[in-house]
Design a protein around this ligand. Structure first.
Ligand code: HPA
Ligand code: ZN
Length: 351
């Protein structure tokens, strides 16, 4: 494509990538062996016969929950701080070099790790080491880690997790006198996992408590498999400042107007939507509607190791189908910076 070199060099932000979703089958098998964590036997699930058969299985997910089954098996092999560091380093280092990624906001799911006896500290420390290592190598990248509460577990589990996050001081600046944007270990919270029959309102008190504790950056997966009403509920009941996926918004004209008026950033994951059969084809992801309506969106990879590609391949797939102009790509890039949680100083550098 004639715009290919431009699309590669375009400075990028990514706001919707799950750290555990960057665990490749190769690393899954390697960590399983290293940490002595058995995977399901090939007799129980033939997908675990080899790296190739696992990739094959990943290419035919039938729904969000079908994917989540494999995604949470992947978690089991992540044990040591160095495992999380390796995962984070591979993502930050590769994407900054290959896709000119300049700012990343990366999700993780603490509840599933806590249940296995892995502390939040282990994950966050591994992440911080990876980011420092990449920055020391001279890469100009900023990045934040964002814990997501999980909807497939009882909400009481989210309450316990929030208590641990707050008592662990993860949302406090290390030195209160020096508080500036991006000085906290974790900069916001999210909500993800199973969506159908899990209305956002169930998590309202979690988000209220978080807000009272000074957490102002909040987002939620909404309108992926779920209806437009769940997006409205995320805005009204959780008071989130961002919406993850949000593709169902296109079914509700009033909601589209509201998203545009309130300049809510929608973190769209077009390739993920096709892989999880939220949409049959990339063409059906409502990027053109969003663009025409002035609904701000960023493009994201979601779970790149499971969905066949990282951020650059998402940009290329979108360009192939939507054929955006250079001016339209500039709008997408600018909205991504505007909607980031990196603070005004960093935004000026990124603009
Ligand atoms: N949706 C909900 N939860 C998730 C996803 C997703 O696409 N990826 C990882 N956790
Ligand atoms: Zn996601």
């Amino acid at each position: 494509h004639p715009l290919h070199p431009f699309l590669v060099s375009l400075p990028k932000t990514e706001h919707h990538m799950h750290l555990e979703g960057s665990l490749s089958p190769e690393l899954l098998f390697r960590l399983s062996a290293k940490n002595n964590i058995p995977l399901p036997s090939p007799e129980t699930d033939p997908a675990f016969s080899s790296v190739e058969s696992l990739y094959e299985r990943y290419s035919s997910f039938t729904s969000l929950d079908d994917f989540l089954h494999y995604y949470y098996i992947g978690f089991t092999v992540l044990v040591h701080e160095s495992d999380f560091e390796e995962l984070a380093y591979a993502y930050l280092s590769t994407q900054s070099r290959e896709a000119n990624l300049r700012h990343a906001e990366v999700f993780f799911d603490p509840q599933v790790h806590i249940a296995r006896g892995i502390s939040i500290e282990t994950i966050v420390s591994g992440w911080e080491s990876a980011l420092q290592k990449v920055q020391k190598e001279g890469v100009d990248i900023s990045a934040q880690l964002i814990p997501c509460f999980l909807r497939h577990l009882d909400v009481k589990d989210s309450e316990r997790c929030l208590s641990l996050l707050l008592s662990g001081g993860f949302f406090k600046p290390p030195n209160p006198a020096e508080e500036k944007p991006s000085s906290r270990r974790l900069e916001g919270i999210g909500l993800c996992s199973t969506e159908l029959d899990k209305p956002p309102s169930t998590w309202a008190h979690i988000f209220t408590t978080a807000k009272q504790a000074g957490i102002t950056n909040t987002t939620a997966h909404a309108g992926e498999e779920g209806p437009a009403e769940y997006i409205t509920a995320a805005l009204d009941d959780l008071h989130v400042t961002r919406i993850d996926h949000g593709v169902s918004a296109a079914d509700d004209e009033n909601l589209m107007d509201r998203l545009a008026k309130e300049q809510v950033l929608v973190t769209v994951c077009p390739v993920s939507n096709v892989r999880l059969r939220v949409k049959q084809k990339l063409e059906q992801v409502p990027l053109r509607r969003f663009m025409e309506k002035g609904v701000r969106f960023s493009l994201n990879s979601d779970d790149p190791a499971y969905f066949g590609g990282y951020l650059q391949s998402v940009y290329c797939a979108v360009q192939e189908v939507f054929g955006f102009t250079v001016a339209q790509w500039a709008v997408i890039a600018r909205n991504g910076v505007e909607g980031s949680w990196c603070g005004e100083e960093r935004k000026r550098v990124l603009m």
